[in-house]
Design a protein around this ligand. Structure first.
Ligand SMILES: Cc1cc2nc3c(=O)[nH]c(=O)nc-3n(C[C@H](O)[C@H](O)[C@H](O)COP(=O)(O)OP(=O)(O)OC[C@H]3O[C@@H](n4cnc5c(N)ncnc54)[C@H](O)[C@@H]3O)c2cc1C
Length: 450
């Protein structure tokens, strides 16, 4: 096929990479141009790290890149050396190696020019008749029959209580996943805004002897730990309002097997979320989400032991409360905060503030130039729960007019508004395969043409 259509995939983290791999796996599939603005193709924000303390938070047995081949990753591990298992978990760097291998193999295997790697940033996308025009940072344009946005998570918004002087100073770390994020060695006290997985990551990365971390979040809840898996309880008809689901989970966990109960619920999460009204989703996000997050997204046991040790030694102090002001001073940052349920304002002096607030949801606050541009063009709009972009059940982007855009898709955490649990490999791998299939159908290619 010499006149194959082109599909542009923007972003080569797990979501973009897997969508691209599915598209080129079919001999009659399109040409794929995978565009990535960072140096490393195929690793994304999660799997670029070389830190030996950064372990996967999902067991290797559940990290296959392919939903229909659950042992793909464990087979890859068996064929490779230089990694060690920490109770069923490996480092995120090893997982990045796996993804890089998949990418290399696909480039070698795909017929000349079927998978093209474009090291650039996509700055704009616009309609060009029935196709799409994808503009790159250097000014070049790609014409594509379909485009997939796989931009990853939206970075958290800067804290509203911080002045521009702090935000511009080296005492503020906006992106804790930035491998270049380092703190001055002299800094002993660090404020981590947030207490979830990102906070744990930052504490592991930035730890040095004598340094103390203050982690502050609304409820002060820290992620729970993975444990050996027991038999899964049955959850009766996992449908109903957030309160009904919570009740069903409690009943199923009554003998202590809450992890298994959550795992049992997980395949139903999408249907449950989609069955809720806007008000029910809002109620879940407001009241239950902090608990859901810490029980659902768990730490590898060795990471949890490290966190417990830091907390015992008061090298990590976690508090429930609200920061009311952050003031940059010549010698550091003055933090004013109120403990949850208390009226009194407390003061803390730190040398640096790290934003570990988790994923930003509200698209209107996103600083990503491409998203701002697409908003301006009306090609995307925020989803009703303000978790990312609005997409239809087939992951097609919905524009300001309310219609799904033909040939314009999003994959990964940006689509949380439609699917809720779509931030981890076990969920994204299925979505990537589905979107690739949908594109093939839309372009009438391969077996999907029939
Ligand atoms: C620190 C961390 C640890 C995690 N650990 C796990 C885990 O153990 N297990 C698990 O299942 N999940 C984990 N996750 C969840 C993770 O989000 C998913 O597993 C998956 O990696 C998400 O991939 P993505 O491609 O959607 O996003 P990303 O990995 O963020 O990739 C997006 C890519 O798009 C590129 N990009 C963005 N905008 C543009 C543009 N305009 N032009 C060109 N390129 C662009 C970025 O440079 C980036 O490489 C973790 C996430 C994080 C952040």
């Amino acid at each position: 096929m010499s006149n194959r259509p082109t599909v542009a995939v923007v972003g080569s983290g797990f979501s973009g990479l897997l969508t691209a791999l599915h598209l080129v796996a079919d001999p009659e599939g399109p040409t794929v141009r995978l565009v990535e603005r960072s140096a490393a193709f195929g690793r994304g924000a999660a799997y670029t790290t070389a830190n030996a303390g950064h372990l996967l938070n999902v067991r290797v047995a559940n990290m296959s890149a392919y939903p229909d081949d659950p042992e793909h990753f464990t087979r890859w591990l068996a064929g490779h050396e230089g990694w060690s298992a920490h109770g069923g978990f490996v480092t995120r760097g090893v997982y990045g190696d796996y993804l890089q291998d998949l990418l290399k193999a696909a480039v070698v295997r795909s017929a000349a020019g079927r998978l093209l790697l474009e090291g650039d940033e996509v700055v704009d996308i616009s309609r060009a008749g029935p196709a799409w025009k994808v503009r790159l940072g250097v000014g070049r344009e790609i014409e594509a029959a379909a485009v997939v946005l796989a931009l990853g998570v939206l970075r958290p918004a800067p804290p509203a209580v911080a002045g521009p002087d702090l935000l511009a100073s080296p005492r503020y770390v906006a992106d804790p996943w930035d491998p270049k994020a380092v703190l001055d060695d002299e800094i002993d006290e660090v404020l981590l805004l947030g207490a979830g997985l990102t906070m744990v990551d930052a504490a592991v990365t930035l730890w040095r002897p004598g340094r103390r971390f203050w982690a502050l979040s609304r409820r002060g809840l820290v992620p729970r730990t993975h444990a050996p898996v027991g038999p899964r309880p049955e959850i009766e008809a996992p449908r109903g309002s957030p309160v009904e689901i919570l009740r069903a989970l409690r009943v199923a966990s009554s003998d202590g097997c809450w992890r298994e109960a959550i795992d049992e619920l997980r395949p139903h999460v999408r249907t449950i979320w989609q069955g809720w009204s806007g008000a029910e989703r809002a109620a879940f996000l407001r009241h239950l989400r902090p608990w859901w997050d810490v029980h659902r997204h768990r730490l590898a046991p060795s990471v949890a032991r490290r966190v417990a040790m830091l907390m015992r030694g008061r090298e990590l102090v976690v508090r429930a409360g609200k920061v009311t002001s952050l003031n940059l001073d010549r010698d550091g940052v003055e933090v004013l905060w109120r403990q949850r349920g208390a009226k009194l304002t407390r003061r803390l002096w730190v040398g640096a503030v790290v934003n570990c607030a988790g994923l930003l949801g509200d698209l209107n606050q996103a600083s990503e130039p491409l998203l701002r541009q697409l908003l301006l063009r009306g090609l995307i709009r925020p989803d009703p729960s303000r978790l990312g972009v609005d997409v239809d059940p087939g992951s097609r982007l919905i524009g300001v007019g309310g219609g799904a855009q033909v040939g314009l898709y999003a994959v990964g955490p940006l689509t949380r508004g439609a699917f809720w649990e779509i931030t981890s490999v076990p969920d994204i791998r299925s979505q990537a395969a589905e979107v690739a299939q949908a594109i093939m159908r839309g372009l009438k290619l391969g077996s999907a043409a029939a």
